[in-house]
Ligand binder design. Sequence first.
Ligand code: RB5
Length: 142
Amino acid sequence: MIALGSDQGGFALKQEIIAHLNERGLEFKDYGSYDEKSVDYPEYSKKVAEAILAGECDKGILICGTGIGISIAANRYEGIRAALCTDCFMAEATRLHNDANILALGGRVVGPGLALKIVDTFLDTPFSNEERHVRRIKAIER
Ligand code: RB5
């Protein structure tokens, strides 16, 4: 189950991602926001982070205007590794190396074509499970 969250800056891209996940037959839960009204992005970081930490969802996708604020807020939760990606190389590397559990995107940064490729790369790349990466991830949590 994939947890989705956005503010007004990410709402339009989230609709494209929802259509894409439906096409792929992947299950998701949309934690809002549900329109383009101005909201505070930390609320949606919290909802998606908590869904993952509670085990309700295994991965999340968070989108704001830049992807920056919503990823900063998500990374305040212990056990969350939110990665802001602007290309497929970053999405692949963050899954292989960081076992990122949230993909952050900027709705005003990447177009929908690229964003959907980034989403697919993120969702389809497993963690490498290599000892050095496991060690480094553990060191983040201290
Ligand atoms: C909202 O205007 C904007 O600040 C937000 O979407 C995001 O870009 C913050 O980092």
